[in-house]
Design a protein around this ligand. Sequence first.
Ligand code: TXA
Ligand code: MG
Length: 341
Amino acid sequence: MAAISTVVWHVDPNRPEAGILKEAGALIRRGRLVAFPTETVYGLGANASDPAAVAALFEAKGRPADNPLILHLAAADEALHYVRDVPPLAAKLIEVFWPGPLTLVFAGLRMLSPLVTGGLPTIALRVPAHPVALGIIRAADVPVVAPSANLSGRPSPTTAEHVIADLGGRIDAVVDGGSAPIGIESTVLDVTGPVPRVLRHGAVSTGEIAAVTGVMPEEVPGMEAKRPHYRPRVPLVLVEGQPQAIIGRILQLYNKHMAEGKRVGILAREERIHDYPGIVMACGRGEDARSVAACLYTAIRRLEADVDIILAEGVPAQTGAAVSERLRQAASQVIQAGDGL
Ligand code: TXA
Ligand code: MG
């Protein structure tokens, strides 16, 4: 596709300038592609009622046509325009988690182009909890779809710089509102059946969902599990296990790859960076999965620029299913430390 010039607007994330939100919203309404921060990651907004705009969005991201998009709403009551009904269990979740990082998949009313839903009879909805996202969606005054603003298959962007690195020259504008605070995507939950199904782990945990609904959701990997996703430009080897075993195995791999003349980067928890030599990127603290989520994609994107291979410490699945799922998807290889060291 021919390069276009991408405009960058800077805003205060808490008090964004109304004129910029209005201009960004107007661009989206007119069929253009505008990236903006949400509380999870940056999204790439397009007018869902304009099939040419949705087609351009798929092209800019290089996204497979069968991967459906999330419709982003400015307020929960707008959901009624797009869904067949809101089951009682979903109503409870909306009450507690919207605006916020929970995407709900409903039986749809087929109002929007099949391009939006990948031809599925369902529609995914979320109300983001970020003043910039909400302001732009309101200003656009059309239904807005917003996938993560990365090239398909890459880690999601948590800063405007990440968006430019992937999509500069391919989209019309980026509204730079600083870092996306949560750092990983929303949880995607299918509420079309009697038992909710987690299609993608995310910022809202399965336990938090169960506490609100009284039902433990099933875990059914969705579309993202089917293809490589969250992949850096260089191989990432994920080492899981107990901390001491992880350190031992990473040091062993470090020596092996250094001996082969490779530049090696290590992605480690803050409290362990002094256990490693060479290029070490600290991200998060041991038992605190949220602290890892907040820096995970930035750490991966920084390392991929400087090294030939990334060795990453794993996160116990019980401390953070979402982070551990992302790391496994980012990995070209997953090693269990302690197994035959
Ligand atoms: O946090 C987020 O959700 C971010 C921000 C920008 O809002 N958005 C995001 O969108 O992650 P995207 O397009 O990168 O991921 C959407 C996920 C995909 O895994 C897609 O397969 C799933 O939602 N999805 C969308 N519509 C669906 C549907 N009707 N049924 C099942 N899964 C659906
Ligand atoms: Mg994505």
